[in-house]
Design a binder for this molecule. Sequence first.
Ligand code: AMP
Ligand code: ZN
Length: 498
Amino acid sequence: MHQLFVYNSLSRTREEFQPIHEGKIGMYVCGPTVYSDVHLGNCRTFTSFDVIYRFLKYMGYKVRYVRNITDVGHLVGDADTGAEDKISRKARLDQLEPMEVVQRYANGFQEMMNIFNLLPPDIEPRATGHIIEQIEMIQSLLDRGYAYEKNGSVYFDTPKYISRDHEYGILSGRVVEELMQESRDDLKGQAEKNHSSDFALWIKAEPTHLMRWPSPWSVGFPGWHLECSAMSTKYLGTHFDIHGGGTDLKFPHHENEIAQNVGACGEAPANYWLHTNMLLLNGRKMSKSEDNSVTPQQLFTGDSKHFSKGFSPMVVRFFMLQAHYRSTLDLTDEALIAAEKGYKRLMEVLKTLETLQAENTGDLSDLDQEIVSLMDGVIDDMADDFNTPKALAKLFELTSKINALGGRQLDPKDLHKDTLMRLQTFFPSFIGEVLGLKDDSSDQDQQLVGGLMELIIELRKNAREHKDWGTADKIRDTLTALSIQLKDGKDGTSWAKS
Ligand code: AMP
Ligand code: ZN
């Protein structure tokens, strides 16, 4: 088995991966806050963890992958107190039940994850389904002296945590003295907290606040950081292998998760912290407010000033894999056009590979050795902190060899039967199972047929309006011969295959 190495944000070094329980891995990834449509940045982060999950399974680990849905407690502007809950706000603005908001955007999120061919996590817990666990954790923090109550709200006591020799800032590198200085400068607006570096565990609800639960302290709702501590502990235990999320979550979200777990459970939650980098659009941060953003749908249809055409979800997925998960990824028209070519080449070569035949059963040739070492290299690259761009580069070297064998520039007589058998198993399974790429040409064909049918129906309508019955009948008869039935209704004409 190849040894796995991961870059651990906690130690800021590449480390040899050792699971806590042999052959098993527990992995927690912070999921989306479901108050608006999923954006491409989220898609990038979750696609990165999907490939990590897939590769760990490919290596033979039994993985329990937990990815939550945040449906309460995440305040506007990622504020800690004094701001409205993102879901509660959306519900108020749209005059919906908060759970209607949650359901709508959770459904949309899941649909998009499917479109990008992500495997569902093993457990997808929601914060509102774990209020009791969160109350219990707060109680434990109070009992152990790591938290204090003020006017019905409960806060984590960071100076107390530090005074007990715990390192607040261990993950993010935030300097405690600076945080303490900030707390002196900044106390006015945060009257309830003793220090501005303290953070809310339980927030007393204002009378207008829509989401509220009874607790020993007040009718209120839990803080955002707490849900992940409570749910990861519930499903993976107090000590598990991998915790992940986007790099923007390192501080304060993940830093606070560590403090909460250390305070309530006596140990840091995860051995390895993995952080994915941000998605850019034309070299700048993707941001709606700066008019520098694109939705997944706009990218698929090409309906955006930033793109000359649409790109299929699998092309976008392939494009994402061309960058390492710890590098920023810049979405540009040229890069996607290039990715489309690469993706198509990979899908084509799968067909060529199926047609290859090998006769050699004797000694291994240089060609055999090259192919075997490229296949091993692909796995080595993935085992080296999930280096998808390097693995893809080797897959393209293999692609050149396969194409040369198919086109006879390389002699298939030099290929050993065993090498070909291994290649014919490895290559498609790696692309499908680990990279999660599938041939979407049939989806594209369907789109094309849909577009053509719209055109044909329009032409028939025009013909009928001009009393050109000959053309109209010819269209209908030809379609009938192709087993396509037109149905004229009051909302226009629809079609179906009979
Ligand atoms: P949110 O729904 O904002 O809580 O974010 C869900 C996940 O998406 C988190 O892990 C974020 O770090 C990640 N994320 C948010 N914006 C981006 C971005 N522009 N690029 C990559 N990941 C992002
Ligand atoms: Zn989280």
